[in-house]
Design a protein around this ligand. Structure first.
Ligand code: ADP
Ligand code: MG
Length: 165
């Protein structure tokens, strides 16, 4: 077995060498999970998997950065071609590349909470609706809820049964 495999304990080795089907690892902080993931990536590359066929999703940007650095340290510059990013960054990247199939401009802009409030306030002004009756944050929450339920503008309009909607 490869030299670096020696740097893993038996449970880690088992996880790194698992190749077919999904694998769930539950372990405490500092117990060696990230080491498993980085060595697993190295092992996949070594066995001939294309770097850009590997996707590592992390919860925070900081964790993504750490993961990138640790994989680079292990396998060198080839690590640059692996997808390592947060869930949001990964989805944004996919949409920048292939969003055209959904009718998205590849230069789309992502509005943060502040941008969203500005737009809703503008819309309310245009519609002559008072912010006292239509709280912009409540409007945003309603839009967000519809999006979570995959209800688009046209469908929402058809379902709208009261004045607020
Ligand atoms: N089998 C091992 N032998 C020696 N050191 C290890 C081993 N596994 C992990 N470590 C080290 O222990 C520390 C914590 O490991 P890490 O993979 O970051 O844990 P986690 O992601 O679970 O918090 C790191 O410094 C890592 O290099
Ligand atoms: Mg970790």
């Amino acid at each position: 077995m490869d030299l670096w495999i020696k740097e893993l304990n038996p449970a880690q080795r088992e996880a790194v060498c698992h190749t077919e089907g999904p694998l769930l690892i539950l372990a405490g902080a500092g117990s060696g999970k990230t080491r498993v993931l980085t060595y697993r990536i190295a092992k996949l590359l070594q066995s001939g998997v294309c770097p850009y066929h590997i996707l590592a999703v992390t919860f925070t940007n900081k964790a993504a950065q750490e993961m990138k650095e640790r994989v680079s340290g292990l396998i060198g510059p080839e690590a640059e071609r692996i997808w390592v990013a947060t869930f949001h960054a990964t989805c944004a990247r996919i949409l920048r590349v292939d969003g055209g199939f959904l009718g998205l401009d590849r230069n789309f802009v992502i509005y943060d909470t502040q941008d969203q409030l500005i737009v809703v306030r503008e819309v309310l002004r245009e519609l002559n609706l008072s912010e006292n009756n239509f709280n912009p944050r409540a409007v945003l929450a309603t839009i967000s809820k519809a999006k979570n339920e995959l209800i688009g503008p046209q469908e929402y309009e058809q379902q709208a049964a009261d004045f607020w909607s």
